[in-house]
Ligand binder design. Structure first.
Ligand code: AMP
Length: 554
């Protein structure tokens, strides 16, 4: 069965899984609700908005884009912290037919340069310079390599330069409601997520209105979001989980409201949850642990929470139980990916399913295939790599990776790189992975990409990056280096030295090694491939002083 036959877009539309509906219309549909929905809260916080107010702000912002210098057609890079401006701007760009490229605020030149080369954004929305990071300078440097003016939409204090527009003013409510400046097609790309990467740099994931709309509706239903829900956006809302799986957009599409946490700090989250009477939030396991321990310390769990979604990395069953008891709410396990597929445990699942599995697909029509190394299905209940295709999942990346078949099987399946088992009731349990990725507290790091940068250090002849058990992040990053670059090369790097070097190379902070080990040679297996398993064992064994410098191993 080919990807376009019984499982392709025509079927998805015929079944009603993909609807002829624009994503912004779906999210803002309550603005026109004459029965009172339009006047219900949509955004909580210092600048609250009703659903009607949000839709007006989005229209006004879409109208003001040209005045802010965003005139050329094309996508806009959006690298903003969680804020009402992120929400308003993203919807305004979608409405104006200029897909936002949603980028994690922690990404730096190393990760963004390939994205800029791939998608040629015509503008960027970023925070103002702070003591530690000068986003405007970074984006100016990246965009300068492309022809044409590249206005920067800047959020935060400070004077604006001639090529900068004030994002808060652009997103402010008020002004005459603007006519819709652009009529998009539901088959168009509404926005781009960035893949967290399995190999190489981040790849742009184009999400069409119809496909993302179908995931959003199904995920919002399965999460139990409704008009009374208050969704606390805790993790970066530029990521699919907090953006649209179901995230802030899902909460709004159900008539609920959103509160934004600018940083994923446990104390801040507890305060915001209490202040806004949050009913739902989404966390990675490490953050859920922190929230639990802060709630226990202060003796105050937020009483309003009904359900906490936990995903992005493996949740220990014991932690699931403790969240339920400690936060007094349901735990919904989430497995999925920005490429599309989402599985959730259901809110009424029995505890063994809720604690031990990551549930079932939320959207109808998604096909799951558990494949052996030869790409053939393994017997039911056995472990294999999860391949998926269906209405939720892309069939190609955008940019240079568009033509790469690597991550896709011959019949259009997306190869997740994750090892799973599926039980008789269809519940997926993630058991491991075949891709060479380090999952540091939910942030994914493609080992090959990091290794290539480490190997550029003048004191390093060869390098590998592996995960090791980390008390806070689940997995930490261990750089294994073979010292001795060129004859006049430097000494092998200390941990601090290597981190500084990588920062200088424009690598995002969450990828910086937590540990460095020096070895005489990288062990190999089979036909000479680096033996990552052996390195993982070595990295896990070391109990050296991490700050002092590399431990010599053997
Ligand atoms: P992203 O595209 O950034 O959402 O990352 C998707 C990847 O995160 C998946 O392919 C898995 O490797 C990992 N992941 C997501 N959810 C879980 C989970 N519940 N348990 C284990 N790994 C997960």
């Amino acid at each position: 069965m080919g990807p376009n036959a019984a499982s392709g877009p025509e079927r998805y539309r015929a079944e009603g899984w993909w609807r002829a509906e624009l994503l912004d219309d779906l999210v803002l549909r309550h603005a026109a609700d004459g029965a009172g929905g339009a006047d219900r809260p949509a955004v909580a916080g210092p600048r609250p908005l009703t659903h009607r107010g949000l839709a007006e702000a989005v229209d006004a912002a879409a109208h003001r884009l040209a005045g802010a210098g965003v005139q050329a057609p094309g996508p806009v890079l959006v690298q903003l912290p969680n804020s009402v401006e992120l929400l308003v701007l993203a919807l305004a760009l979608i409405r104006a037919g200029r897909p936002p490229i949603l980028a994690h605020p922690a990404l730096r030149e190393h990760e963004l340069e390939p994205v800029v080369a791939d998608l040629a954004p015509v503008a960027a929305a970023i925070p103002a310079a702070t003591g530690s990071t000068d986003h405007p300078a970074m984006l100016r440097g990246l965009l300068r390599r492309r022809p044409g003016p590249h206005p920067l939409l800047v959020l935060g204090p400070g004077e604006r330069r001639p090529d900068e527009a004030d994002l808060a003013a652009l997103c402010a409510p008020g002004g005459a409601p603007a006519p819709r400046p652009h009529t998009a097609d539901p088959r168009d790309t509404a926005l781009y997520f960035l893949s967290s990467g399995t190999t190489g740099p981040p790849k742009p994931i184009p999400r069409t209105h119809e496909a993302l709309g179908s995931v959003l509706r199904a995920a919002a239903d399965a999460a139990g979001l409704g008009p009374d829900s208050v969704y606390l956006a805790a993790l970066p809302a530029t990521h699919s989980f907090t953006c649209a799986h179901p995230g802030m957009l899902g909460a709004l599409a159900q008539g609920g409201s959103v509160a934004f946490a600018a940083t994923a700090d446990a104390d801040v989250l507890l305060e915001l949850a209490e202040e806004h009477r949050a009913t739902h939030t989404a966390l990675v396991p490490g953050l859920a642990e922190q929230l639990l321990s802060r709630a226990a310390d202060s003796g105050a769990a937020p009483r309003s929470l009904r359900a906490v979604q936990v995903g992005g990395a493996r949740l220990a069953p014991e932690t699931a139980r403790r969240i339920r008891a400690g936060l007094g709410c349901r735990v919904q396990q989430v497995y999925g990916m920005s490429e599309g597929l989402l599985t959730f445990t259901r809110l009424d699942d029995p505890e063994d399913v809720a604690d031990l599995t990551q549930g079932r697909p939320v959207a109808p029509g998604d096909e799951l295939l558990v494949a052996g190394p030869d790409g053939r299905p393994v017997p039911p209940g056995e472990q294999g790599e999860l391949w998926t295709r269906g209405p939720s999942t892309i069939t190609a990346y955008a940019g240079r990776a568009a033509g790469e078949p690597g991550r896709f099987g011959p019949e259009g399946h997306y190869r997740t790189g994750d090892l799973v088992r599926i039980d008789a009731a269809g519940n997926v349990a993630v058991t491991g992975r075949v891709k060479d990725v380090i999952n540091r507290g939910g942030e994914k790091i493609a080992a090959d990409d990091l290794e290539a940068v480490i190997a550029r250090h003048p004191g390093v002849r060869a390098a590998a990056a592996v995960g090791f058990p980390h008390p806070l992040y689940g997995e930490g990053v261990c750089a294994v280096v073979v010292p001795g670059g060129p004859p006049d090369g430097d000494a092998p790097p200390t941990l601090r030295g290597l981190r500084a070097f990588l920062r200088g190379e424009g690598v995002a902070a969450f990828k910086l090694p937590d540990r460095v080990l020096a070895v005489d040679a990288l062990p190999t297996a089979g036909i000479g491939k680096v033996d990552k398993e052996a390195l993982r064992r070595l990295a896990a064994d070391r109990t050296t002083d991490r700050a002092a410098g590399p431990a010599r191993a053997g």
